[in-house]
Ligand binder design. Structure first.
Ligand SMILES: [Cu+2]
Length: 138
């Protein structure tokens, strides 16, 4: 079952321009889906995502804020580790990405067969403020 609302492009996409649109095109190729995750006012939009088991997803992370944010995808234990951790920058792991101020970053992830995951930002104070999104797989 497809959940088309996640392919609905947020208004902010217009600001991000053609590069983001190029990412969205990937959604039409088989099981490889692209999802635009907009970041504004230290929130993820949308903040609820649902995927098929094992789906390959390219997250197009569009940071409209004038400050850096993070995209950390994992279970609660992963979120807890990052909330306590001191890693100032991410980039080499697909599920752990820094999204610099005003920039758009893409990361491609093969999702597990099933599970409830969380996307969180662990810049100081952000997660507690509510900078998180729920991800349901399967
Ligand atoms: Cu943040």
């Amino acid at each position: 079952m497809r959940h088309s609302r996640h392919l609905r492009l947020p208004l902010a996409l217009a600001l991000a321009g053609l590069t983001v649109l190029a990412g969205a095109v990937i959604a039409r190729a088989g099981d490889h889906r692209a999802v635009v995750l907009d970041i504004k006012y230290s929130r993820f939009e949308p903040d609820e995502l649902r995927f098929e088991a094992g789906q390959v997803v390219t997250f197009v992370l569009s940071n409209d804020d004038p400050i850096d944010h993070e995209f950390i995808l994992g279970d609660q234990a992963v979120q807890d580790r990052h909330e306590m951790g001191t890693e100032p920058h991410h980039g080499s792991i697909p599920t752990e990405v820094t999204v610099p101020a005003g920039q758009t970053v893409r990361t491609t992830i093969t999702l597990p067969e099933r599970g409830d995951l969380i996307i969180g930002c662990h810049m100081p104070g952000h997660y507690g403020y509510g900078m998180k999104a729920s991800v349901s797989v399967g």
